[in-house]
Design a protein around this ligand. Structure first.
Ligand SMILES: [Fe+2]
Length: 326
């Protein structure tokens, strides 16, 4: 089925393919659909892994040097379609105008010149643990990764909220709207910009970059935790937080949470063919440093953002079926 579908589309970004994804996913094996439905509804773990997808590394060709244009003529299109269909069973996939030129499926690979930057395309520096897009009210419920290559076993780090001892923390303080979260670097024009070739889209993107940039000057106060006090959801990205002006109790509670998260961080090594779904409400994630090679053999992942409530971002999208947040 996946091979046949790959013959019908030129790129994973084809809006018709994205729109059909959930209907097409109904043809996936029932045990696979059941697994994802249980993961979604019961929240048994902050991490769901589907392993065993066939990847022929010789067919993949070299790891691209940049995400730009890698959505065309992709040697991994069948795997990308499988990944898209699985992700669509958890919710609606979406993208950001300010990330990877408004693409839905991102590339995660080391980029020359980013080695020491705080961004997913860095390498020699670890990527600090975070909630994906923690600063944005439309952040996804899941961030999903599909591994195509990981020759040096670079470790993804994950802390599951279930491993945090909430009874030892000042949970009430973390539920208060006393915390400020700044936008992360991945939404800066230096990293996410590319010419769309359409002046109207370029204008919308420029506005979106400007809006997000303005949040650096006027950060909104909000809580770190939400949901159930005994088993909360969390949203934080400490690298992009400034504790200035926080009440002393809030700061103590935040530092306690950070210590617990660091003590409970686990390494997950993605193998080619692994599709990993991280619950962005129940886990924070990061990546350990590694030495890039830039010889075509580097670590190469695909990434999807998935929301369970696409209507929640309607004010940010030009049309009901547009998946890009501006
Ligand atoms: Fe991330």
């Amino acid at each position: 089925m996946i091979t046949e579908l790959a013959k019908s589309y030129d790129t994973i970004e084809d809006p018709e393919l994205i729109r059909s994804a959930r209907v097409l996913a109904a043809s996936l094996p029932v045990h696979l659909r059941q697994f994802l439905e249980e993961y979604r509804l019961e929240e048994p773990s902050a991490l769901g892994v589907i392993a065993g997808l066939e990847i022929d590394e010789s067919q993949l060709g070299p790891t691209p040097r940049h995400w730009r244009d890698s959505q065309y003529d992709s040697p991994a299109l069948p795997q990308e379609i499988f990944f898209l269909l699985c992700g669509s069973l958890l919710g609606d996939v979406f993208g950001w105008a300010t990330q990877q030129a408004g693409r839905i499926m991102h590339d995660v690979l080391p980029i020359q010149g980013h080695e020491h930057d705080e961004i997913g395309s860095n390498s020699l520096q670890h990527l600090s643990w975070h909630t994906e897009d923690a600063f944005h009210p439309c952040r996804g419920d899941y961030v999903a990764l599909m591994c195509l290559k990981n020759p040096y076993d670079a470790a993804t780090m994950v802390c599951d909220a279930a491993d945090v001892d909430w009874s030892a923390l000042d949970v009430d303080a973390l539920f208060e709207a006393e915390f400020t979260q700044l936008p992360d670097n991945s939404h800066l024009p230096d990293y996410g910009m590319d010419d769309a070739g359409d002046p109207a889209v370029d204008l919308l993107r420029a506005r979106s970059f400007e809006l997000i940039r303005s949040w650096n000057d006027r950060p909104v106060k909000r809580p770190i935790l939400s949901g159930d006090h005994e088993s909360p959801y969390m949203a934080l990205d400490p690298y992009h937080m400034k504790a200035e002006g926080w009440p002393a109790r809030s700061l103590r509670a935040y530092e306690g949470l950070c210590r617990q998260i660091e003590a409970n961080m686990k390494d997950v090594i993605l193998r080619p063919g692994d599709c990993v779904f991280i619950d962005n409400f129940r886990a924070v994630h990061g990546r350990r440093s590694f030495r890039p090679r830039y010889d075509g053999s580097d670590r190469w992942l695909k990434r999807l953002n998935i929301t369970r409530n696409i209507r929640g971002s309607r004010a940010w999208r030009p049309a009901a079926d547009d998946r890009i947040i501006y």
